[in-house]
Design a protein around this ligand. Structure first.
Ligand code: CAA
Length: 291
């Protein structure tokens, strides 16, 4: 089945990036969120990020305006359900994702493929509660979506080959590279990345290094584009904690125990860039370490 229209549920950090790249690849996109403010903010963000690409010579002004015209913001889930492919990109919380799929089911076309951009939750379990586990997959983009080359494709136990092929074709149309991952907690990228970030927080918690020395060490000593604490702030500390909990619960191994300091930051509502404070304080001109 060739995919032409794609519905995205959730217009946040991931959802707006996904809408951005799909629209540039000439898919008709319906972008859904709960409030008009979230939709307005998402469209403004896409406009701004596309403008960076125009300025950098990566796309033309005409490609930008064509792509923006292909995105239809909508507060109605029903509009999303009529698409050939749905990508759920809401908060990393199984209960919320479950409610979204429940609400979508009555309005889906019989052939619609359902996917989740979850970074860690079991695809098989999410799929099992829908009417189409064979047409359900994990479709996991990396942040920032317009820049990152990888998409993880995760088949649940029931996912059929046609569904996988249709999703792979979308990844290829985006000019991105797919990596297939088996459906085990946090798949590949986050299975490796999150324990590293969690270990960086332990390194801070135990006083081995400061925020600055930990980030400099990994940037200059391991050639990472961002230090692990800066990256944690970029991803969102609530998302990092949620993924560590999925690893800890799903694999029942103490090596995945979330660092108490990570929990503390989340309890404080210091979730990283999105709340202007995390391991760095972003409220001034330049980020200042908070420890
Ligand atoms: N949209 C469009 N273009 C963007 C962009 C966006 N959102 N963000 C950055 N860019 C562009 C910039 O315009 C710039 O383009 P030019 O080369 O044409 O100038 C280019 O990307 C580089 O950006 P910057 O110069 O602003 O900054 P940088 O060189 O420091 O790169 C970065 C920024 C790409 C984010 C880099 O720091 C990086 O790769 N960081 C690591 C990101 C990472 O690891 N992401 C994965 C997170 S894990 C995940 O997402 C999975 C999960 O489930 C949690």
């Amino acid at each position: 089945m060739a995919i032409k229209s794609i519905g995205i549920v959730g217009a946040g950090q991931m959802g707006n990036g996904i809408a951005h790249v799909l629209a540039l690849a000439k898919y008709d996109v319906v972008l859904n969120d709960l409030t008009q403010d979230s939709l307005d903010a998402a469209i403004a963000r896409i406009d701004k990020n596309m403008e960076r690409q125009v300025k950098g010579g990566k796309i033309s002004a005409a490609e930008k305006s064509d792509a923006l015209a292909r995105i239809t913001p909508s507060l109605a889930l029903r509009d999303v359900a009529q698409s050939d492919l749905v990508i759920e990109a809401a908060t990393e919380n199984e209960g919320i994702k479950q409610k979204i799929f429940d609400a979508l089911l009555p309005d889906l076309k019989p052939d619609t493929i359902l996917t989740s951009n979850t970074s860690s939750i079991s695809i098989t379990r999410l799929a099992s509660r829908t009417d189409r586990p064979e047409k359900f997959m994990g479709f996991h983009f990396m942040n920032p979506v317009p820049v990152m080359q990888l998409v993880e494709l995760i088949r649940g136990i029931a996912t059929d080959q046609d569904t996988y092929k249709a999703c792979l074709e979308v990844v290829e149309a985006l000019g991105k590279t797919a990596a297939s991952a088996e459906d085990f907690p946090a798949f590949i990228v986050n299975r490796i990345l999150m324990p590293m970030i969690n270990e960086a927080v332990y390194t801070l918690y135990e006083g081995v290094g400061s925020v600055q020395s930990i980030d400099s060490s990994m940037k200059l000593g391991a050639n990472h584009p961002m230090g692990p604490l800066e990256l944690a702030d970029f991803i969102g500390l609530d998302t990092c904690l949620a993924i560590m909990n999925v690893l800890h619960d799903g694999l029942a191994d103490t090596k995945y125990r979330p660092c108490p300091l990570l929990t503390k930051y989340v309890e404080a509502g210091w979730l990283g860039r999105k709340t202007q404070r995390g391991f760095y304080d972003y409220r001034g001109e330049t980020p200042v370490p908070t420890r």
